[in-house]
Design a protein. Structure first.
Length: 305
């Protein structure tokens, strides 16, 4: 026979567990999956309508996702004059010496604009970002109030107008929480944030209107002929850093990774005719960002309202 004290302890324990459980939320099986990203958003690929998000308006550093804006500015110039695609971009010492991820283009070499877009977006060429900024600098208006004062410093003299155009373009697209300081990444101090997940959806929707943008970001590899200073040519091959492209459902867009930004990814994909943009900023690692995006895509594809 159970003693009174043991019976009391058992009843009290069951009562306590029920009370404590009542104070805690339960798993939301209908909600989006847990991910490592600090902020994220899922939006319809055509309309941009938001499906779900977490801190999507929180300004953050976003690493090389900035290159989407760099490419878009170039493609807007191409739209005005298609001959721009056939121009040759000279690689300066400044571009060649750019730190970080590289397309491995060297000072004195020349890359056609068309191929330069692949060099920018596939291997995430910081060098190509600076090369584009220098190439188009003289055709664009000088920085105004839309551009941080640091961009007006002498060190940016050969690129400032291009960076200013990135900021003016952000304004035209309604990217109210975005500020660009360099052509290929974040720049600035630790607390100088670049953009938000929601603004990156606006930018991606606009960039995807260019057929060449869609073609570039969907490519897993690209080969190009580079003109060398001795007037000979060499072949370059660039591989896309977006691992999601190994699966048929995905067709873009851009990775980005720095210590301050974390691992970032803007991705587009479709399943059974349902297309979405998923942006993750500040994932725990490069591997985690791909898992974060896949989990968010799989959830939204499986969601039936």
């Amino acid at each position: 026979m159970m003693s009174f004290s043991r019976c009391f302890v058992l009843v009290f324990s069951v009562f306590s567990l029920k009370c404590f459980a009542a104070d805690r939320p339960t798993e939301d099986l209908a909600g989006p999956p847990a991910v490592t990203a600090k902020s994220w958003i899922i939006a319809d690929l055509e309309s941009g309508q938001e499906v779900a998000s977490l801190l999507a308006n929180e300004p953050r550093k976003a690493a090389s996702t900035t290159k989407i804006m760099c490419a878009y500015v170039v493609l807007e110039l191409v739209q005005k004059d298609p001959a721009v695609l056939d121009e040759w971009v000279s690689i300066s010492k400044l571009a060649d010496s750019t730190a970080g991820s590289t397309a491995d283009v060297k000072a004195g070499e020349k890359v056609q604009v068309r191929d330069g877009l692949y060099a920018l977006m596939l291997p995430s060429g910081n060098d190509m970002g600076n090369a584009f900024a220098e190439h188009f600098h003289s055709r664009l208006a000088a920085p105004g109030e839309e551009t941080p004062k640091g961009v007006k410093a002498p060190a940016y003299a050969s690129r400032a107008n291009f960076i200013a155009e990135m900021n003016r373009t952000a304004g035209r697209l309604g990217m109210t929480d975005s500020t660009y300081r360099i052509p290929f990444g974040d720049g600035g101090a630790e607390t100088d944030y670049t953009t938000t997940a929601r603004d990156l959806v606006k930018l991606t929707l606009a960039a995807r209107k260019h057929a060449l943008f869609r073609e570039v970001v969907a490519a897993q590899t690209h080969r190009a002929q580079i003109r060398m200073p001795n007037k000979k040519e060499r072949e370059a091959e660039w591989k896309n850093s977006n691992e999601l492209l190994k699966l048929a459902n995905y067709d873009g867009v851009k990775t980005g990774t720095t210590t301050s930004a974390g691992a970032c990814l803007v991705a587009t994909g479709s399943y059974e005719g349902r297309g979405f943009i998923v942006v993750t900023l500040g994932s725990a690692s490069e591997e985690a960002r791909f898992a974060d995006n896949r989990n968010l895509f799989r959830w939204v594809w499986g969601k039936r309202d």
